[in-house]
Design a binder for this molecule. Structure first.
Ligand code: K7E
Ligand code: CUA
Length: 639
């Protein structure tokens, strides 16, 4: 067992003093009197800075004349489109952000677990009911957006993302870039890791992080030894939980093998502790390798317990299903509180990062079920640096791992790590400084069988001094790094401030997505109301139904008169066919705010409980007569 070189690493993850990293000191001592920022301002090529600040390839990226090869032109001129879509999770903002790459322009936000007024999400009946049925929480914590694949490549259909806060998984329809389903996962308090069974995304996995009593109904309150965490398998079409597996210890991140057999989850707190001290006592925790076919066979054979209407298979170490030669869960010991795990594009290895140990563990996937001692499936353990968290791939045999405490990205050779002695630094090719304290990093199409190998984003938790100050709540810093030239080395080309708090991302070539430009009314559950088809009807003593349309520059009705106490169901179609011509229905004093993209129909139901005159207006600036686009809701008082 190696012990980390930094004595503080066991107890701290370095967030308190992020700039006190070893690389800062090293850099300052190399250039006395010149701080890092000044050096960068001189316009020195950033690849050279990486060489100086890193350890292994000092000036390794230089050409003969001492200049560093430039990254390819990454400017995207006005009016031009980016080459890639990047889907970044918004963390506890609860949304997904869509960036263009390499410009790093934020193009769109997709609300998922949050209410969002610009897109009317959580305000119309459909999205409001979806959020209500998914638990009624007002927020969530998106971490791991994963795009659906067919044959090991992105198919442009859906994105899935977890809710680390509330135990949920959401699906985003990539035809409309909108959330279309949310699954509320029983027995899981906090769904952390999220990914799919590949190559065809026929199961979605949610990794339960917090251990709780099973079921959490008031039993075992003071007996933490009885708490458990579960892996949940979700049908990507119905978004129902198919089965769960209960395990020992807790779980953290996850990834699926590329050919369907395994799902991997890291776990810290194998101790089963309930505070920091207890949770970091052990030198080793584990990666759990779930044998998916065996688990499904157990479900088929009725080998489960039904808890909260979910079929729960017992994957704990002493489970009968884990005795003998065909266990359903392999517990592979890994040092120490491992965090990220990801499978290499060729499906050879699952690589788990040590977090509190300076190494990564390279697990040979083919050996897992062959070896008697699961430790023997770990075939490489390169020493990378302090606080290794997440690993991405370029498809050329290299791995890129974030070093949270060192504030660096380290590039290393996977096969060299398998050849080298454990804890050797020799597989390390180079390190580059990032600013500061990176969590995830993601390379273009890294989660597929065929990564693009050109761009990488380091999602840095702290930006500190990188942008104009905006008060004590700083933005984060997403840094774009070019990784397409192995000779020149990693080249940091761009900083991009990010609103709190992106965790992970998926990057997809634009050719694999085909979003709709306007809605297809056939895709919506609500009936289309064309101009001339508008109706306003009292369908019961206390219920009025309004079907109308919106267009430049009016609504189907200029006034709508109802009685105090009426339930009003108002359905509105935007009959525009012109791209980008949005309208909305805003009745602020009734808290109504419905967005309508071209050809979209939405419905809102409310109780008219306040007599008076209420202006209905359009919140999108749709034409020169936008301000005149209005109607009146007239609520007559009860007599
Ligand atoms: Cu490392 Cu949720 Cu993937 Cu954050 S997790 S960084
Ligand atoms: Cu319609 Cu403004």
């Amino acid at each position: 067992m190696s012990q980390p070189t930094n004595p503080s690493i066991d107890a701290e993850t370095g967030t308190d003093e992020p700039t006190d990293s070893a690389s800062d000191e090293g850099f300052d001592s190399l250039l006395p009197g010149i701080r890092r920022r000044e050096f960068m301002k001189t316009g020195a090529a950033v690849g050279g800075l990486a060489g100086l600040a890193g350890c292994s390839s000092l000036l390794g990226g230089d050409d003969d004349d001492g200049t560093v090869s430039a990254a390819p032109d990454h400017s995207v001129p006005p009016g031009d489109h980016d080459e890639y879509y990047a889907f970044l999770s918004g963390g506890h903002a609860g949304d997904i952000r869509v960036y263009g790459l390499p410009s790093m322009r934020e193009i769109m936000r997709i609300p998922v677990f949050n209410r969002e007024s610009a897109r009317g999400y959580g305000y119309d009946d459909e999205s409001r009911e979806m959020l209500e049925e998914a638990g009624g929480y007002t927020w969530g914590d998106t971490h791991h957006p994963r795009l659906s694949q067919t044959d090991g490549d992105y198919d442009g259909r859906f994105a899935y993302v977890n809710d680390k806060a509330n135990g949920r998984m959401a699906r985003i329809d990539l035809k409309y870039f909108e959330t279309d389903a949310i699954c509320n996962i029983p027995n899981q308090q906090g769904t952390h890791g999220a990914c799919a069974r590949l190559p065809d995304t026929d199961l979605i996995f949610g990794v339960g992080e917090f251990r709780v009593p099973m079921p959490n109904d008031g039993r075992d309150l003071h007996d933490p030894d009885a708490y458990e965490s579960v892996l949940a398998a979700i049908d990507p079409d119905s978004m129902n939980v198919e089965w769960q597996v209960r395990v020992d210890g807790n779980m953290d991140n996850g990834d699926g093998s590329k050919q369907g057999r395994y799902f991997f989850a890291t776990g810290y707190n194998s101790e089963g502790g309930v505070n920091e001290q207890e949770m970091t006592r052990a030198d080793r925790d584990d990666v759990k390798a779930f044998e998916l076919d065996r688990i499904e066979a157990a479900v088929e054979a009725g080998d489960y317990e039904e808890i909260n209407n979910v079929l729960v298979v017992d994957g704990r170490k002493d489970s009968p299903l884990n005795q003998g030669d065909d266990p359903i869960v392999h517990y592979i010991p890994i040092p120490k509180s491992p965090h990220g795990v990801s499978v290499t594009p060729d499906n050879e290895y699952a690589i788990a990062s040590g977090k509190l140990d300076p190494t990564a563990s390279v697990i040979d996937i083919d050996l897992i079920d062959e070896v008697d001692d699961p430790t023997d499936a770990v075939v490489g353990r390169p020493q990378l640096g302090l606080g290794p968290l997440h690993t991405a791939y370029d498809g050329r045999g290299h791995a890129y791992t974030t070093l949270f405490i060192d504030s660096q990205v380290v590039k290393w050779d996977i096969e060299a790590a398998v050849e080298a002695e454990p804890e050797s630094e020799s597989p390390v090719i180079e390190k580059i400084d990032v600013h500061y304290n990176p969590g995830h990093l993601i390379a273009a199409e890294s989660y597929t069988e065929d990564p693009a190998g050109d761009w990488l984003i380091s999602l840095n938790k702290l930006s500190k001094d990188r942008f104009l100050p905006v008060g004590p709540h700083h933005p984060e810093n997403d840094q774009l790094i070019y990784i397409g030239d192995d000779e020149a080395g990693m080249q940091h080309v761009k900083d991009s401030p990010a609103y709190a708090e992106p965790h992970d991302a998926s990057i997809c070539h634009r050719s694999k997505l085909d979003p709709a430009d306007v809605y297809d009314p056939d895709d919506l559950d609500l009936e289309y109301t064309a101009s001339g088809e508008e109706t306003m009807e009292r369908v019961a003593d206390d219920r009025v139904e309004i079907d109308m349309y919106s267009t430049r520059n009016h609504y189907g009705f200029e006034e709508m008169t109802v009685q105090e106490g009426d339930t009003v169901e108002m359905k509105v179609t935007n009959v525009e066919t012109t791209s980008d011509l949005l309208h909305s229905v805003a009745i602020p004093e009734y808290d109504i705010n419905v967005k309508l993209a071209p050809q979209e129909t939405r419905k809102v139901t409310f109780t008219a409980d306040k007599p008076g005159v209420y202006w209905v207006y359009c919140a999108f600036f749709c034409s020169a007569l936008h301000l005149e686009m209005r109607s009146r809701l007239i609520v007559e008082p009860e007599d």
